[in-house]
Design a protein around this ligand. Structure first.
Ligand code: PAJ
Length: 285
């Protein structure tokens, strides 16, 4: 495995792989099992795996955790080595010295769910992902369903702009009690960590009751009550279509309906999502 810190260096390395399939796994580092599962999927689907580690300033709001975002680089290098990564791309900066003049903008898809409270966040994400695609020129790129809105928006970017890259989604990796793994889980105290598992519990409760409630609002109330009982402050709890991200009514809810949640535990903001219908328990036909 090689660590490249400049664009010239990574492009020089990748130039020798003109016949191989290159996969990119974009990350902001502080790697955990969720990221490793993306790397494993990349290894199954491609010949050469590049992991980018870059805490992208453009996607953080003024009052967000850019400065304190954990950057345990030595541990990340070890995790990549153990997972069989070929190249780490770890640039110091990806933007022009005096600021970026031309960037990408997401329309309606960025106004919903996380985008409602994180103005400009998804513009920052698509801009950096586009820059990474242009530098690495991967055949495929892997993104986790943990950030489902991000995955949907990147799929839409690639479709709308006719980009020559295949976007592949990967399942959410969770702790044993269901909490979705996240670099931000390390901000939680022991008590908060106990509380945090109730986010997944609320999603499962809603999923398990989905076919008993014909009214989508009853389901949302059920989830909200569960979170309230555990003193969890909800930023949003919605049931939306996976592609349009528009709220669905129960009568429309098919296999593409998904429950989305963002909640604050103490000062830590956590997100999660789950299909409304538990596809795994459905009989194969
Ligand atoms: P980051 O938060 O580091 O996440 C990198 C990738 O790991 C994303 O695709 C995310 O969905 C995935 N991931 C995180 N936790 C996961 C989990 N528990 N299970 C499965 N996948 C998980 O997302 C970003 O970085 C940035 O926005 C980025 C795309 C790198 C652009 O800066």
């Amino acid at each position: 495995m090689k660590v490249c810190t400049t664009i010239a260096e990574i492009q020089h390395e990748l130039a020798s792989f003109d016949k191989e399939r290159i996969a990119l796994v974009p990350t902001m580092g502080c790697l955990h099992e969720g990221h490793v599962s993306l790397i494993e999927k990349a290894k199954r689907l491609a010949d050469v795996v590049v992991v980018s580690i870059y805490v992208n300033p453009l996607q953080f709001g003024a009052h967000e955790d850019l400065d304190t975002y954990p950057r345990p680089f030595a541990g990340d290098v070890q995790a990549c080595q153990d997972a069989g990564v070929d190249f780490i791309f770890h640039p110091e900066n990806l933007y022009p010295e005096h600021g970026i003049q031309v960037s990408l903008q997401v329309n309606d898809l960025s106004q919903k769910l996380c985008g409602a409270s994180r103005k400009g966040h998804f513009d920052g994400v698509v801009t950096v992902v586009n820059i990474l695609f242009n530098i690495i020129r991967p055949h495929l790129a892997i993104f986790g369903e943990k950030d489902f809105q991000q995955l949907s928006i990147i799929q839409r970017m690639v479709a709308d702009l006719h980009m020559q890259v295949e976007v592949v989604g990967a399942d959410i990796v969770r702790d044993d009690d269901g909490l979705a793994k996240s670099s931000r889980n390390r901000y939680l105290s022991d008590d908060e960590r106990q509380q945090a598992k109730e986010i997944y519990a609320a999603l499962r409760l809603m999923q398990s009751q989905a076919d008993k409630h014909s009214n989508i609002n009853d389901l949302l109330t059920l989830g909200r009550e569960h979170l309230k009982q555990h003193n969890i402050a909800v930023e949003y709890l919605e049931i939306c279509d996976e592609i349009s991200l528009e709220p669905v009514t129960h009568s429309q809810a098919g296999t593409t309906a998904r429950i989305f949640v963002a909640a604050e535990i103490g000062t830590t903001r956590l997100i999660d999502n789950l299909p409304l219908t538990n596809n795994e328990e459905q009989p194969c036909v």
